[in-house]
Design a protein. Sequence first.
Length: 452
Amino acid sequence: MACSAADDWLVRCLRPRWRIDYDRVAEALHSLVAGTGALLLDGPHALEPGTVQPTPLTVPPIAVWTPRQIAMQSLDQPPAAQAEVSIRSAVDEAVSRLSNLAGPLAAEVSGGLDSSIVAAALAKVALEPVSLWINAYGATPESDERSYVEILGDALGFKPYCTPHAVGPLTSDWLTALAGGFRPGLNALDHPQNLRWASLLHDHGAKAVMTGKGGDSILFQAATTDVFTDQWLAQGWRALTWPDLTELAAANELSVWSMVRTARRYEPGKPDPLLRDHPILGSLDRQPPPHPWLRDLEGFGPAKCFHIAGVADSISHHNPSSLTQAVDVRHPLCAQPVVEACLALPTAQLSVGGRDRGLARRAFRNRLPTAIVDRRTKGEMTRIYGRMVSENLDTLRPWLADGRLASCGIIDRERVLAELSPEVLIWRGQHAAVLTAAAFEGWVRLWERRLT
């Protein structure tokens, strides 16, 4: 049997002989790319995107598409004008196809570059007008981007519907309700906001919503010194003639020679493991195996390896949530035409000008207000989610300290008690790691009940 979800009725009817693999749970909790790859259950088989599974299941799956295959094209740099046309036409294609599916359409506009690019493409290629342009603004200055949303609306001819970002108490029932799938519900952690969005879209008659999610990874926000290392591996000392060399060094507050020293010391084929680090996490007996898409990347530099990891992680945006249960949530920047167009380009070209998403900025400059294209900052929700943790410590502390992850040694109970205090959270940050551990705890509790 093939299925994409494991609803309660299905588990009750089949009574499968599945078991939780706690070693995989620990590895997945440490991994920053856990939206695909091996399941945390022994029994069911996960079919990776881009693969075909022959029968019987003892025959290994056949990969017909991998990011690595497309990224091989990035080893040859196309002309700049061709690269701009490639990324622009790919976004237009994805937005056009997704916007013209059935149902009245809404669109999220955050005020940032990614959702603005999608909005501009919608204004250009959508056959039917968008019925609702929605924006959620936070209670902190850095999370309130209404001024940029208004600038975008004036340029594209729409009036945004702005509403406060929803908050609510974090409960054990909420954390368990997010855990019904084959993987922990990390895409559903902003539960109050998902419920608010679902209600708002229903009230306005929208059947689908378009987002700008995935742009950070796919359009390549990581304009770090690793981009120069990619250039160095491709060109050697000729990389010193790269036009964006000084801009990248200045943006990263480093000297050119510091970047050269780092590039010369890089060992191809050994990208840094993408692991989550937090004191509450127990130690691993071994380094987790790499994600299937992050193997055999010896031909690429560290920035391109990170780009491919971002593609793998972008799949998690499609995971279930209370919002996806209410409407069709569409992410055109995670669609295959855009993914392939960006993978096929070198990271130096994607970050042209030494800027994050530099190529995207140039490709869509004529469609967007200068204030959005050239802005050096972006909306930041860190303090909002930090408050979500700090204001719910009475729930989170016993949920984690007295839970199954602690009893299995996957997290450290004493460290949970020490770290989950307002003072330490303010000092250390990393609230996302705490919320992630809480979601894993809910997943383990639910599946233990299901399988007994």
